[in-house]
Write a protein that binds this ligand. Structure first.
Ligand SMILES: Cc1ncc(COP(=O)(O)O)c(C=O)c1O
Ligand SMILES: N[C@@H](CCCC[NH3+])C(=O)O
Length: 416
């Protein structure tokens, strides 16, 4: 049974009715399941038992501190891409020595703070970044632990916007050039080379690109060893896909088993940076139908959630299930585009869905636990939704709904 399921004609999160939660907190509302986050994290940790490993949850997928705290309690590490994410992890009780810092544009201040708290490793994405890090660490009288993010030029066979391991993408250092960069890094006084890192893309539904990448990384590790540079860890990044519609991604257990087989007997710590596969199916976005607009050629259900709450359909044409909280057996079934109040034609959450709905009905946009709230915005001066976490038969407000006053905070009119 998944965390979100129908029970006596109503959609539930664990033991709670989503309709009642929507009425209690209002809509739009993000609802997460603690059970799901814990279960999907344990799929990784169980599959990695007996193998030296670190699972660094990718904070960008869902960065609410309650979510981070649930994972930190299980011993998770974290993959961050900004000092903001670093502070979130620390506030949530995450351990600095389990944090890796990715991203192509780290600023000196961000490096300083990460060095100060003692993170595990910087995933360095360019030579210029390496030089800056060496300088910043030198100013602090420290050595920065580094793993170079290499770009293995592997086609992840996913949406082009979320493919990151091709030569044309902005991420990482060309694998062919990596030995030269490692040699430079090894000579830098304030850099300590500890590993190799990569992340080839997101929502992968096949293990092949991961295994091809691993082969290339292991060949690089051998080459570096021959050059006298010994690495302690290999970080395969995130990217494992989930089922939104009818995709059949490998299970976490199968994926990890394949990676372990590829690693063989090597004495390397293996690291992962999963985001979506931990969080996506642990959350839904609840919304109320404000109006039905039945036009001659097209029907629209205008709901109170919009592209500012969930941008994935507009940005990637992403498909997610639309589930009525209390499905009707009466009324006419029609095909609807589910659209929000934002003034953009791209403001849709779903297209052409056969539904039996009326004004005032409540819907769940499924699979919104990853890259849902974290990608939301205030476009059209819309406050961001509240977030709640369900834990068995308990529910907790983990982020208050933004008010209009919140949105204008820090703005000033010109003097008279
Ligand atoms: C460097 C890095 N690590 C990990 C992730 C998490 O990826 P996913 O959510 O696909 O597991 C991302 C995002 O794609 C990323 O850019
Ligand atoms: N935000 C994207 C994934 C990109 C992950 C960041 N590298 C999504 O919603 O699918």
């Amino acid at each position: 049974m998944t965390a979100f399921h129908y029970q006596q004609g109503e959609l539930f999160a664990e033991s709670l009715s989503l309709r009642e939660l929507a009425r209690h907190y209002g809509t739009p509302l993000y609802v997460y399941s603690r059970q799901h986050f814990e279960h999907s994290y344990r799929e990784y940790s169980d599959a990695l038992q007996g193998c030296d490993h670190l699972i660094c949850y990718a904070v960008k997928a869902n960065s609410n501190i309650a979510v981070l705290n649930v994972l930190a309690r299980l011993g998770a590490g974290f993959d961050i891409v900004s000092v903001g994410e670093l502070e979130r992890v620390l506030a949530a009780g995450g351990m600095p020595e389990r944090i890796v810092f990715s991203g192509v544009g780290k600023k000196a201040d961000e490096m300083r703070r990460a060095l100060e708290v003692g993170i595990r490793c910087f995933n360095v994405e360019s030579e210029a970044e390496l030089e800056r890090l060496n300088r910043v660490a030198g100013e602090m009288g420290m050595k920065a632990p580094v793993s170079i993010r290499v770009n293995p030029d592997v086609d992840a066979q996913t949406h082009p916007y979320i493919s990151t391991g091709l030569r044309d993408n902005k991420f990482g250092i060309d694998i062919a050039k990596a030995p030269e960069v490692y040699a430079r890094a090894a000579e830098m006084v304030n850099i300590e080379v500890v590993g190799v890192d990569c992340h080839i893309g997101s929502q992968l539904t096949d293990t092949r690109p991961f295994l091809d990448t691993l082969d290339r990384l292991l060949a690089l590790i051998d080459r570096l060893e021959a050059d006298g540079i010994a690495l302690h860890h290999v970080d395969l990044g995130g990217g494992l896909g989930v089922r939104y519609r009818d995709e059949v991604p490998p299970s976490t257990a199968d994926y990890i088993a394949a990676v372990r087989k590829g690693l063989g007997e090597r004495a390397l710590t293996v690291m992962f940076e999963p985001g979506r596969s931990i969080a996506a199916n642990g959350g839904v976005l609840l919304t109320e139908v404000e109006y039905l607009k039945l036009n001659p050629h097209k029907n629209f259900a205008v709901v109170d959630a919009a592209m500012n709450d969930n941008i994935r359909p507009a940005l990637y044409g992403a498909w997610t299930e639309i589930l009525p909280l209390s499905p009707r057996s009466d009324g006419e079934e029609r095909h609807y585009d589910i659209v929000g109040p934002v003034c953009e034609t791209g403001d849709f959450l779903a297209k052409d869905r056969a539904l039996r709905i009326e004004q005032g009905d409540l819907l769940a946009v499924a699979s919104c636990g990853a890259y849902g709230f974290t990608m939301s915005s205030n476009y059209n001066t819309r406050g961001r939704a509240a977030e709640i976490m369900v834990d068995g038969d308990q529910h907790y407000l983990i982020r208050e709904r933004e008010t209009v006053a919140d949105l204008m905070r820090g703005e000033h009119v010109l003097p008279e």
